[in-house]
Design a protein around this ligand. Sequence first.
Ligand SMILES: [Mn+2]
Length: 250
Amino acid sequence: MTYLLVTNDDGVSAPGLFALAQAMREIGDIEVIAPATNQSAGGHKKTLFQDIPVQKTSLQDGTPALAVSGSPADCIALAALGMSRWPPNIVVSGINRGANMGQDITYSGTVTAALEGAIHGVPAVAVSLDNQRATTVEAFENAARIATTVVRRVLEKGLPPLTILNLNIPANGPIPAIRLTRQGVRIYRDELEVNGDVYKVVGPEPTGVTDEEGTDLWAVHNGYASLTPIHLDLTAHRFLADLAAWDITL
Ligand SMILES: [Mn+2]
């Protein structure tokens, strides 16, 4: 029996997790292990040498879940290290409220939970729904259907080592097709709120360069679902030869 581990970064009570869990249950046995609280934009955080409380809870339909007082990556690492049944056939993370495109993937707990799966040798898919404001139950369910198609294919084909799939879905359908994409370039619009010695980073959702065809931003901007293979090798391979020409010698 196929066994899927479902997680997210918006927290165990998020509607996107519920929609994803319901969809994944059509494929096989699921286990839900998710952060107890919203861990969005927490990056690939690993909790070391600190207690990580875990509580039994349930989703809104009674599906058992574990709520981890840690990061999304902690959820996967704890499972891999013996807290739960391991290995799953796949780790599926999401459905995030808000897209994870371009440089977002380094901030995203949704993506880094999937990367943690890859580090532990398990295929993984991150699923995000564009537009933090337009996320309705119907939009999550539509995204979950698209995620099901991708997950079934990954279960058939597997993924190369240290590689995940990053799936981003527009909030407003109908979605005509899925496009295979590369990472685009986000443009952040963060602003600083200052209150004495207290600082707060706020701002509207990032935009991005959307006229470069073939990127994740281009696809979602044009109404397509976007599927990007992501590799944990962050080496700037194309720059390596130029760097060699610097002739750094000791
Ligand atoms: Mn999130």
